[in-house]
Design a protein around this ligand. Sequence first.
Ligand code: GLC
Length: 457
Amino acid sequence: MKRTSITIAALAIFAMLLAACAVPATAPSAPAEAPATGGEAAAAAPTVNEAGYRTDLAGTTIKYIGDSMGASFEFEKKLAAEFEEQTGIKVEMIEGAQSATERLAQYLQQLGAQSSDIDVYRIDVIWPGILAPHAVDLSAALAQQNANYFERIVANNTVDGKLVGIPIYVGAGLLYYRTDLLEKYGYDGPPETWAELEEMAKTIQEGERAAGNPDFWGYVWQGAAYEGLTCDALEWQYSNNGGTIVEPDGTISINNPAAAASLDRARTWIGDISPEGITTYKEEEARGVWQAGNAAFMRNWGYAWALGQAEDSVIKDKFAVSVLPKGDGSDGQPAATLGGWQAMVSTYSQNQEAAIEWARFITSEDAQTRRAIEVSQEPTIASVYENPDVIAANPYYASLLPVYEQGAVARPSTVTAELYNDVSTTYFTAVHQVLTGVTDGATAVADIERELQRILQ
Ligand code: GLC
């Protein structure tokens, strides 16, 4: 049960994502040729400030549908104020749905109607294949950034040679655990397997309840029927050698006993180490229980770190982060689903030049450094991990090297491209039926297979 975590030398985190840092770097300069779009001062030659952002577009207002989780909406509002101060471009912030599934529906409604209302969309790592037709190619803007973005994410965001979004931050599923409680109950490190997690969660839960906290739970995670469940369930099945639903070569692999068993196992947690209501939990509901001090373990993304460590947090300095457990198979390996968000400029925007400047601003090395320090959303630029302030604010970056060495697991969005949302919806709907006892793992994976054959034929 011991884990050699926490003090592995800082940097190379996200090593797998880094690969061989990509993207040609050029010094910031004014765009060579900006498309003349309505509503902008097209005649004047572009002028730029010291940081390389255009100042000749002052007076333009753009709309950005931004972050929604935790403190990051407020953080982006702050960036918008600074951007306006520097460039004279005003950014109106719109808060999108927390659920990625609902958010995609909102976006498709806007974009499907070719609405010019929103200029910049924050898009999920799984959407480039779906949203490519509505996106401005940001390759030239990326080249202006003078930064080494993770090659894997840039490749993920490139569809038929078009860069659909510039990476804002990357994510991976993480196991949060209460260091004080592990110590109290005699555990010397976080669980390595799901069986160990179950045993530890149960022991701590029973102990804490007996000690007078009836609201205490062993493990909280994302069990609602939405994209987040696809992320969690992919981790269960992949860590149990159950594949990635659809493999990178297009093979539909979901119908296998290891995947089925991993879903059945998760079902047993409900009402035992996880609340009955978990089948309605998204990230923030899970964090609510955790943040109140009422859970021993939580599966979540990086943003929960900064919130847990806030001054007024009851769990401040009482928790750590590790890789998620692995299945029981002898060659099972821990799995972390790859997440993260990118800035996309809509082709229907009437203010594309100003929109591109904002997309550059929020994805810049400076913004990513501050984002990591203030709201613990992981950078997509390798050099940011070398910043001692970033590591000091997020010591868990240093302990996560093993996750990234073995690779964050991608959902099958590249291979299924514009059909990914149908694939994921089929998957999380059936997984949810296992969790709610409507069906069992073996039936569910067979049903998913049949439906995916139809969708992907
Ligand atoms: C996080 C991830 C995103 C994922 C979503 C699911 O926002 O960054 O990739 O789709 O969670 O809830």
